[in-house]
Write a protein that binds this ligand. Structure first.
Ligand SMILES: C[S@@+](CC[C@H](N)C(=O)[O-])C[C@H]1O[C@@H](n2cnc3c(N)ncnc32)[C@H](O)[C@@H]1O
Length: 390
């Protein structure tokens, strides 16, 4: 298909131009990215090595790298890497000013790989939303929210309690308030998962795939640090990082244990609630992590759906009668969402779907299966299913 969408050639990003040295750094990062080396990790390492790069320059390099992968389907493969980068920045600038300038058909052909169209219900709205630069969401601990609102420039504070999109020019990681755990960087759709879990102070929960603890910290705050959360993951590296994050946030009501998803559970405790935030193909993060569009494979979807089914069924055994089971994935493929939820309901008796109101207060009836599309939340795509054990 002919490319009808014209880039403003060489136009720098709206919030800071890319210097020649920055462009070279971005080109070298792009060349290193592959399936085992995601863009965000390579970028973090490259920026750390380029010590002393001014913050505005680092931000310009990051924007250039992500623009390259977001607009990769439009780039001319015969250009030099430097020229391609300028072209990608041009597309990003044009799209920012005139989002309607890219026809739907062109988005469908170029924004995502062909295989994904068989796995996801693709709409022009979804494609348009993942071509935008994502918002940077923060979640404040409830007790610090008044101060955090005074300290940071935050937009969209009406979406979820204690949350806002950072629009200021400060380095959030260097804020004393961040270093003392008053707020976290957490996507708004991930925050919605915590609100759907709705754990109560004094309850006992299990975060079965806790990773580095993004959702665990939220659960703990909602529980006012009272009660207990078992936290497990198969990655010891992630559990070690979790320990640092919980210490920073003053979260003490948790116990971390390794668990690989086997039917032998890490404890005989029966829980008021179990969260299975399962590993997934991550299509819901294709706006924030555009490189993953080009490194994720169709086999990932099929293989991960099998893993998700196994993890969900194994963890379900630990829910006490009357307790809740919450399944979450940051993907939007049918197999990993309704496919897994349907499979669970076919195979596991004794769990009833639990309808819950939409945390974003959209005018839709309470449901046990929540779809969060980036176009609705300005965050990642996310799917959540909830059951109660009878
Ligand atoms: C979506 S991430 C979890 C993110 C985390 N809950 C958070 O909010 O930051 C999925 C996690 O599942 C873990 N995982 C992958 N396979 C697993 C398995 N077989 N058993 C247990 N955990 C597994 C990964 O290490 C990863 O940390």
């Amino acid at each position: 298909m002919k490319n009808t969408f014209d880039a403003e050639q060489g136009t720098p990003g709206a919030r800071g131009a890319l210097s020649p040295a920055g462009a070279e750094l971005a080109v070298s990062v792009i060349a290193q990215v592959d399936r085992d080396h995601p863009a965000d990790a390579v970028l973090r390492e490259a920026l750390r090595s380029a010590q002393g790069l001014p913050r505005i320059e680092s931000a310009a390099v990051s924007r250039a790298v992500f623009s390259h992968f977001r607009w990769r389907g439009w780039l001319d493969p015969n250009r030099t890497p430097q020229a391609s980068l300028r072209q990608a920045l041009g597309f990003a600038a044009t799209f920012r000013k005139k989002p309607g300038s890219v026809p739907d058909a062109e988005l469908l052909e170029r924004a995502i790989p062909e295989w994904a169209k068989a796995e996801v219900t693709v709409t022009p709205d979804w494609l348009r939303s993942i071509q935008r630069e994502p918002l940077l969401w923060i979640r404040s601990r409830a007790s610090f929210w008044p101060e955090i609102q005074r300290e940071l420039v935050l937009l969209h504070r009406d979406r979820l309690p204690n949350a806002g999109a950072h629009a200021g020019d400060v380095d959030l990681f260097r804020r004393a308030s961040f270093q003392s755990g008053q707020f976290e960087l957490q996507d708004i759709a991930s925050q919605a998962v915590g609100w759907l879990c709705a754990p109560q102070p004094g309850q006992t929960w299990w975060d079965a795939c806790c990773g580095e603890g993004g959702k665990l910290l939220h659960l703990s705050d909602l529980m006012k640090n009272q009660g207990l959360i078992w936290a497990s993951d198969r990655s010891l590296r992630r559990l070690a990082f979790l320990k640092k994050r919980t210490a920073r946030a003053g979260c003490f009501n948790y116990r971390a244990v390794p668990w690989e998803g086997k039917t032998t559970l890490p404890t005989r405790t029966r829980f008021d609630g179990v969260l299975v935030d399962a590993p997934c193909s991550g299509l819901g993060t294709w706006g924030r992590n555009p490189h993953a569009r080009w490194t994720t494979r169709p086999d990932d979807v099929h293989e991960l759906a099998v893993v998700q089914q196994r993890l969900l069924q194994a963890a379900a055994a630990a829910v006490k009668p009357g307790g809740r089971l919450v399944y979450a994935v940051c993907t939007l493929t049918r197999k990993e969402t309704d496919g897994v939820a349907d499979g669970f309901e076919r195979q596991m008796k004794g769990f009833l779907p639990e309808p819950v109101a939409d945390p974003f207060h959209r005018p839709i009836p309470p449901t046990a299966r929540h779809w969060f599309w980036p176009k609705d939340t300005d965050g990642n795509g996310m799917y959540v299913a909830i059951w109660r054990r009878i």
